[in-house]
Design a protein around this ligand. Structure first.
Ligand SMILES: Cc1ncc(C[n+]2csc(CCOP(=O)(O)OP(=O)(O)O)c2C)c(N)n1
Ligand SMILES: [Mg+2]
Length: 330
């Protein structure tokens, strides 16, 4: 089932929220890459350019207490879900003030207060974990939904198929959000995946499969809102595919000359932030509102960067603490 393109039903408030999130993600990603280029930070980083709208619009359809499990390419999801910038930056910089006291780094962001429960570097491994969170919510009667965010490549992993089957049998309140960016590392979708639309795979598990345009805020927001309502009503899971294009290499600094130039420039044009800004301004969001959002977000990032840089690194003596339950810092 394909979702229609933009609908005018998205309210100005939601449009404002989506723009704030998308702008924050875009600027954070840009600032981070600049700092890696300048040598101010040295850490493995998976750029999220091209994924801003998916995270901003999908997470805008959730409540703060809903759960999220994401991946190594997860900065956009974590920020979209509402993780505080300064805690995220401090963790990315490996500082003790970060979400995981600097011991997790970018691939292991966890912040239960905003529902960011797990970030994994093992492809596909977060999907069954989201099932577990959804099951906990179902057993406790909490009405929270769980979102598993993953890539197109992850839909070829066994854990994806096992998790979709069980979620459907148990009618779990879970949404499988596949961010299809057309590449899994250096492998194209066509070279490694038996279907052209990941949403088609839902049919094998008796759940709705929806494909939306990941560069269109209304398409993502509406598809996600529908999946959330279904989960909250006790009607079970949805596989939601959001189509986009990975605009940079798999990991920061990697060569991506294998990506056809014409595909890249077409996607860059569609994913332009100026285009998103224009789209938002047509939803009764004034120029003054947009400028204020940008100013506030820019200040938030600068404050978070300063906080991360000024914070202390963890003491090497605590390396085993907070890993095993029995070995805690006193
Ligand atoms: C189980 C497992 N196999 C292989 C890898 C190496 N690996 C890291 S990212 C990646 C590609 C995943 O592609 P996709 O799911 O489309 O996510 P994307 O990076 O495009 O967001 C692979 C194969 C891994 N981390 N885990
Ligand atoms: Mg991919």
């Amino acid at each position: 089932m394909n979702k229609p393109a933009s609908s005018p039903s998205l309210s100005p408030d939601v449009a404002r929220t989506i723009y704030r999130k998308a702008y924050l993600i875009n600027r954070t990603d840009e600032r981070f890459r600049a700092m890696l280029t300048n040598g101010e930070l040295a850490v493995a980083y998976y750029p999220v350019r091209g994924h801003e709208v998916i995270a901003a619009a999908a997470m805008a359809a959730l409540e703060p207490e809903d759960y999220l499990v994401t991946t190594y390419r997860g900065l956009h999801d974590a920020l979209g879900k509402g993780i505080p910038s300064r805690l995220l930056w401090a963790e990315f910089a490996g500082k003790r003030t970060g979400t995981c006291k600097g011991k997790g780094g970018p691939m292991h962001i966890t912040h239960p207060e905003t529902g960011v429960m797990v970030t994994t570097g093992i492809v596909g491994s977060g999907i069954p974990i989201a099932n577990g969170l959804a099951m906990a919510s179902q057993i406790r009667g909490e009405n929270r939904v769980a979102v598993a965010s993953f890539g197109d490549g992850a839909s070829n992993i066994g854990a994806f198929h096992e998790a979709l089957n069980m979620a459907s049998v148990w009618k779990l309140p879970v949404i499988f959000l596949c961010q299809n960016n057309q590449y899994a590392e250096h492998t194209t979708l066509a070279a490694g995946t038996s279907v052209t639309s990941i949403a088609e795979r839902a049919g094998s598990y008796g759940m709705p499969g929806v494909s939306c345009d990941g560069l269109d805020p209304a398409s993502v927001y509406e598809a996600m809102s529908e999946a959330v309502s279904r989960a909250r009503a006790g009607d079970g899971p949805t596989l939601l595919e959001a189509r986009t294009f990975r605009l940079l290499g798999h990991i920061f600094g990697a060569d991506y000359s294998y990506v056809p130039k014409e595909d890249l420039s077409a996607a860059e044009e569609r994913a332009s932030m100026a285009k998103l800004r224009q789209w938002i301004s047509e939803r009764q969001v004034s120029e003054a509102d947009l400028a204020q959002i940008e100013q506030e977000v820019d200040a938030e990032i600068e404050e978070a960067v300063a906080f991360a840089l000024e914070s202390e690194s963890p003491d090497p003596d605590e390396i085993r603490f907070d890993i095993y339950e029995t070995e805690q810092a006193t």
